[in-house]
Design a protein around this ligand. Sequence first.
Ligand code: DSN
Length: 478
Amino acid sequence: MSLNAESTAFRSALEVIRAVEPRVADAIGAELADQRESLKLIASENYASPATLLTMGNWFSDKYAEGTVGRRFYAGCQNVDTVEALAAEHAKELFGASHAYVQPHSGIDANLVAFWAILADRVESPALKKAQVRQVNDLTEADWFALRRELGNQRMLGMSLDAGGHLTHGFRPNISGKMFDQRSYGTDPATGLIDYDRVAEAAREFKPLILVAGYSAYPRKVNFRIMREIADSVGATFMVDMAHFAGLVAGKVFTGDFDPVPHAHIVTTTTHKSLRGPRGGMVLCGPELADQVDRGCPMVLGGPLPHVMAAKAVALAEARRPDFADYAQRIVDNAQALAEGLLRRGTTLVTGGTDNHLVLLDVSGYGLTGRQAEQALLDSGIVTNRNAVPQDRNGAWYTSGIRIGTPALTSRGLGTAEMDVTAELIHTVLSQTTPGANADGTPSKAKYVLDPAVADKISKQATDLLAGFPLYPTITLS
Ligand code: DSN
């Protein structure tokens, strides 16, 4: 049998790996089999292209490249320069940004770079100017601390975790909550939507240095024009973390007031969620913050990962193709079809629907915690994750919610008709699952009861549904 290039590439790679540690080769093969068989509804996951995946397995991984293009702390970075410059160029073109920094290893790293850059710009630079010196090292320690105290407003206002914000937007146990004097804005308890008047009020009272917008579990669009006006009204730097919806921005589904790039001073993202690239992060900004952002490594980041930057260049080139816009629109169409299918079957959804890639189910109506629902769905071949809902009574570990998203299934080619079938499978599992009890008879928030015959039947239906939409159809490993 003659093999296509993709099958040959992955088979050869596994053969080489198997000769050294067969268990790793087996685990890689098993991961592909698992991903092929399950209904992947994790809102932050996707399937990168074979080209993107293959770009990560090579000798770029062996190169140190601290610094930036053409200005490295190591010799011999000419090829890294090529791929980093390409990735940045594609990112700037795709998002209409004047500067792109493609070194962050993850979304949290990208946010740390942004915090660093904002603090350096808003605290360090005025301090140096005031003291009339060039760098922090030129100041005595006492002078530096005195200037920081005088100038340093380290306050951050971000969306609360239980309203859908991210850990790094000032959640107290996170480093962001410790670096910053933090306050959060939530959502309107009646509608589940951001109340911009309340955000403005909080900003007026708190006077943050940074106003953060963006989310991991908010199923609606955010009006970034209004958020920028709020930031401007209190002199805050406006930062948007678009990790979840970067693909919708790239695909021009979110435009005008809903495109963060023209409105924010600085935008951070991951590259592996709806953007469908390699696992990593990125920062976009205007010229004012560009120099500080470029100092991200080594100030807050370890050495760049050139193999991943190369894969970012490939994935961003893919996202610039016209069919990516079609993909992005189908993500939202599918999320809306899934939401409608669930609503028709009586499921409670936070905000009553979605206008992005994710749907947040409140499973307390089924008498379940998020943890029970997540495990029952997993037993039935449906991969999701539990998530807090606003004012969640079960806390962040057990939760009352299930977050689902459509980027991955849309990449496989499933459409709105299949979303209705998916809604039926989810509803069947949740309505047939009951809470379990602890050994002493008290109610458990983790244990649950689901007839294995029901779980098997749903798993089979999920597999049948996916059979028409093979994952990586060009790749056969055996
Ligand atoms: N862990 C990501 C998510 O699932 O949303 C965010 O960091």
